[in-house]
Design a protein around this ligand. Sequence first.
Ligand code: ADP
Ligand code: MG
Length: 943
Amino acid sequence: MNFNDPNRILFVMEEIERIIKIQSDADDVLDQILKKMLEFFSCDRAWLFYPCNPDLPTFEVVYERTTPLFPGAKALNTTVPMTRDMAEYCNRALSNSGCPEIDPRPGQKMSNDIALKFNVKSLIFMALNPQNDDAWMFGMHHCEINHHWNNNERYLFKIIGLRITKLIENLIFIKQITESEKKYRKLFETVSDAIYLISGKGKIIDANQGACVCLGRTKEEILDLYIDDVDQNFSVEEILSFWDKVPFNTSKKFESIHKTKNNDLISVEVIGQKFRFKNATCYYVVAKDITERQKAEKFLKESEERFRNLMENVDAVAVQGYGLDGTTQYWNKASERLYGYTRQEAIGRSLLDLIIPPEMRPVVAEEMRKMAGSGRPIPSGELLLMHKDGSQVPVISHHVIVEVPGRARELFCLDIDISERKQAETTLRQSEEKFRTLVNTAPFGIQLTDLEGKIVYSNPAHHHIQGYEPDQLIGMYLWDLTADDGHRTEIREYYQNIISKKPEPTLYFTREKTRDDREIDVQINWDYIRNEKDEVTGIISIIEDISERKQADAEREKLQKQLNQAQKMEAVGRLAGGVAHDFNNMLGVILGYVELAFEKIDPDQELYADFEEIQKAAERSADLTKQLLTFARKQVIAPEVLDLNDAVDSMLKMLRRLIGENIELLWLPADELWPVKIDPSQINQILANLCVNARDAIAGVGKLTIETQMKTFDQIYCAGHPGFITGDYVMLAVTDNGCGMNKEMLNNLFEPFFTTKNVGEGTGLGLAIIYGIVKQNNGFVNVYSEPGQGTSFKIYLPRFHPSEDAQEEALPEKSVPTGNETVLLVEDEPAILRMTKMMLERKGYSVLPAATPADAINIVNAYIGKIHLLMTDVIMPEMNGRDLAEKVKAVFPEIKLLFMSGYAANVVTNQGVLDEGVAFMQKPFSTNELAKKIREVLDESHA
Ligand code: ADP
Ligand code: MG
């Protein structure tokens, strides 16, 4: 084709534009253009290769059209090496952009390898530089002729090259778009989230596989829907008006509910964007199913709630959270209770200021520093922390460091209050201490033995009893301590029997030998030691050395016997005394008459010697009677002036022994007691009898009080208290808290032989004797007792006035046997009355005899002259001598008195108690004795 005509060029260009227009595929366009090139330029080959890069080893012919005779590299399907010539072409093409180079020059031949291989005779080429790709090379070959390219051809070639550059740009662009579209489509399809493309009217215009899965619909079904068919929360209007306010290409995120084909509701998180597509507004929406996430969130929230509740309300554990610097961040209710701070007070304050006692603060601060460095919590353990009020709070504290992503680490303390346990421990310790002290100080031995009978523990009292050093008893066998080697087997068998048969514990008595070879009597009170399974693991024994007690018991028995004997002797004495009294009177009569007979008969007479024998025998009998009477009194009493307190003091030891150890003896002496005059042995007798009675009245344990006091009774007092006599008295009281007595017993109490005790236990004489003693000493006894209320015996002994003793001085012996005074003689025994009358008359006295006190009183009342002397028996049936004397004295105040009795001066009777200092004669007496005494009395001047 000749291109000298510009229309031809236009024609070619039009042709090319037409190809571009009708062909939709860019590859086809390029192929058609190259095909047209062969036509337009009558050449053999037109091509495009890529890349036009001289630095690469090869290039590829991408498009090619040839005449049938000259197929090119594409047709031959070869990759062409970048030879030096080709590289030079590339360089030339690239450096000459916009202007194609043509080669060979007219007349030159193509001699390079490629030219030869592909029969290239003439070549035209240019580099194409698309904006979106590396450079391409565009060229044409003539293979039969050395064609020379003229300017028009070159011009046309160049503008076609430029046009192809544009096409390549498009091609590349489309390729890139397609690829990217493919990529996004793939993404679109493979993402599990549902993606919807929505039109400006709210219609779903595209949806991915994820949407199909999510809604359970096919894509076709989805593409029939509007967005509010899916979204349950919003209508199309709402959605559109929402997006209306959102700028283009700005993402928005919100949550909503989508509905599946089965009407299931799915929670979704939606991310959407508004964008323009082909001039229309569209939306894409990515919906993520967050049902699971929500479920997980809900679960997490619930579980969190649960744990928070648990922590908050757990009663027994005080939970606190602290920052690693010690700042309080969490404080549960139990902490409020345990430490006294409310949550508000605690939060924000330092652990150190709240619950750590001042002295612990430096240590805890140091531990906290360590913890912050190492990340390991403060060691857990038992701590003594502090309450708000400053009191101690013993706790077991567990510590953990809690790490939550995105938060600072926290120290959590879980404190359990152990004050109760501590208290229990203290109580236990104290009680243990108490028992230890008890055991160590117990006055009795405590010994623990194991099942074998080996001593495993012995308290101080025990090894003291046994005379051992503390540890020497440990390991010994129980039976090693026995006093009698013959007993060892018996004790061992007893012990083994206890262990195997487990009988009820009983008292056990045995004799043991101490380390220093003394023998002791012990009482063993034993019981089983059991473990928590109630199995017997040993025996505990309480050991008492009862040697002394046994001895005391024996002694008491002896004393009791002695006392009983004394009482018996006393009674026999009374009997004998009673008989002797009468017998004595008879002897008196015999002797009297013998004396009278002597005066009547001559000593030379045979009868005289007989009377002498009678007199001797009677005198011997009188001696015997005197002995009998002495025996009846046991001994002539010897009154002394004494302090009753001293007398009691000296008795206490014996009395204690007498009453035994179950009865407590209380001794309450009065200060500065008045003296009394009494035979000390009588005090002993009184006390012994009263104490023994008190002991017998007490069953088991009791109390006995001995007391002394000073008492003065005046007339008025005595008037109100029958039995009391005016004057100063020393009182001796013996009071017990025993069984007491009823009225009837009280009435008979002092009667001889009155007893409520068994034969052999009581004689019924104790109180009778006391009564006698007291009367004898011008005192009196008062008893107060009620059944069950105990008994109090009060003995009143008259105060001794020192002047009394002076009267007792013996009168100087006078030998005045006769007199002429008038004597009133009172004697209930007629024989004695007659005989004594005779004796008196023989000595010159006038005698007024009276057989009874009544007779005497009659005589006194009737007698006109003076009666100088009253001589009377003491003991008479109607009235005693003293009372009679009072009566007689009423009439004859001046009358002298002489008492006579078979008893000694201090006779023990109810009636015949004489005032001290009165004149007294013990029967029987001789005429001379009588004469002497009578003179004494009559001559005595009145004091
Ligand atoms: P005995 O003691 O030998 O029985 P007593 O003359 O000493 O004789 O006592 C007589 C009785 O008086 C006793 O048997 C007893 O019944 C009673 N009796 C004596 N003293 C007390 C007393 N302190 N408490 C109770 N009863 C007593
Ligand atoms: Mg008695």
